[in-house]
Design a protein around this ligand. Structure first.
Ligand SMILES: [Zn+2]
Length: 43
C-alpha cells in the first residue's frame, strides 16, 4: 500500500483508490473529477 498525490488536486490518495476522495478524479490521471482548486492550464 502506498500513498500518491492526486494529479487533479494534489491530495494524498491511497494508490489503490480508483478515485480521489477529495475531488473524485482519478488520482493517477487527474481526470474524471471536478477541478475544484486545481490550476487549470488546459485550454
Ligand atoms: Zn483529487
Amino acid at each position: 500500500m502506498a500513498v500518491i498525490a492526486c494529479k487533479n488536486c494534489g491530495a494524498k490518495v491511497n494508490s489503490e483508490a480508483v478515485a480521489c476522495p477529495a475531488c473524485g478524479a482519478d488520482p493517477r490521471t487527474g481526470e474524471g473529477g471536478s477541478p475544484a482548486d486545481a490550476p487549470s492550464s488546459n485550454t
